[in-house]
Design a protein around this ligand. Sequence first.
Ligand code: NAD
Length: 540
Amino acid sequence: MSAQSPTPAGGPVVEGPFDPEHDPTAAYALEPEYADALTRRLVATSGRSVQVRSPLNDAPLGHVPQSTVADVATAFERARRAQVAWGRTPLAERSAILLRLHDLVLDHQDEIIDLIVWESGKARKHAFDEPLHVALTARYYARTAKRHLGTERKLGVVPGLTRVEVNHNPVGVVGIISPWNYPFNLALIDGIAALMAGNGVVAKPDSQTMLSALLGARLLEQAGLPRDLWQVVAGPGAEIGGAIVERADYVCFTGSTATGRAIAKGCADRLIGCSLELGGKNPLLVLRDADLEKAAEGAVRASFSNAGQLCVSMERIFVADQLYDRFVDRFVARTQALTLGATLDWGNDMGPLISQAQLDTVTAHVDDAVAKGARVLVGGRARPDLGPYFFEPTILEGVSPDMTCFGKETFGPVVSLYRFHDEADAVARANAGEYGLNASVYSQDGARARTIARHLRCGTVNVNEAFAATFASIDAPMGGMRESGAGRRQGAMGVRRFTETQAVATQRLIRFAPQYGMSDQMYARVMNANLRLMKKVGRA
Ligand code: NAD
């Protein structure tokens, strides 16, 4: 083995071939053959590989070969060739593959969850959400394919004589760039919609969680997907991300707002579409008529699921004056009762953060707030005794605009509490800042909560739930307003973004020009009369 140097993925880069079975220093958490079988699916010829280590206990998980820009080009060529036949495959056949994927994901759930926990460190109950959501997405798009992608009839300009159809043709090959926080789910859900729409996919999952994404690719192939249709490349976004944007027919990005902005610029230059699912600083509102127990229980899940490393999790909670103290007592007590652990079993409420970088950001946000006068009601410190990247679930009070965590996304288990007197003020404060991803409103009056929801400038609003109600309702669009993104995943928008919409009009009997010896002036009169008639009979 030759020289090693640190990488963003946490482990060292190995120059030249790597032989995990004969590495005397490694105690692998996964069978080396298991990881190898997954990474063989990568298009990666650089000769370099990155060692990935588990945030649970820092044990090495495997070596991920790295792709070059030329590998990205190869991946696109292969996917493009495979897409030609796939684009002509009937919707029913594509649906059948997705329904098989649904079953395979449920059958392999334990294997999937184990791998997610090893790679991301999250608690098993939060890893469980990933295969669940992938299965839901596969079933939804399989069952709605005809509704969203079938040829539609539209009104023709001349009733009975102009027949208009709209086709939703595949764009070609979609580039999917995904982050580490939901490594199985976010590597697959957008791609499932892209495949359903008849596209090929080149996926670039985050370097830290490549194995979970590769397990998804294997399950797709087992479900019957033509192998070359779904390509996976590995490497730092800054090195190979540009090559994806340069070749894709559409880019689907999930990650930070800063990277999303750079990707949108690249797509604008090529005049291709993109969807951007970005960060948030999500608000939860507890109205004065909220059910206190439900709100406190929901606030815990809202703030600390996946250790807060969740784009739709809550980092700001606004509570009505009348019940502020009672809510805080309950919220603090429930948070203190959370169990932290670095194991694969179901017992833990929260696992570690994924990396030293995440721990540094979370620590810096809390230290900055405390130094400037914020109060820690619970948590507030790292727990190296439990594992390398643990940080306690933390509730802050007295957070003010001069503190970093007031407006910047922490992306960790840190939430700030604010008191409000009137609801209009709470809505204005919830809407402050540049993000607009997800919000939550707790109230026993559903109609009132939904009215407030319309005033919140967020792409999703959950009433009496944190995020799961919208996120799991795949028929509804999901995405961000303002700097939280552009475009929507899920629902009709989530699949039609991967299509080129084409209108085909067939004209019969008459043409759009004077005929039967008519003058231009007479033709204009007939057309005007026709317009007046159509309005009179109520035509759109
Ligand atoms: P990131 O933007 O650093 O990385 C995300 C992905 O982009 C990774 O695969 C990375 O390799 C790649 N990338 C990085 N630089 C690139 C470049 N120049 N060109 C192309 N690709 C590049 O994001 P992160 O910090 O790892 O992820 C956390 C962020 O993701 C948070 O802000 C979170 O809110 C957001 N997120 C949003 C959603 C959503 O659905 N809205 C879901 C999950 C995470």
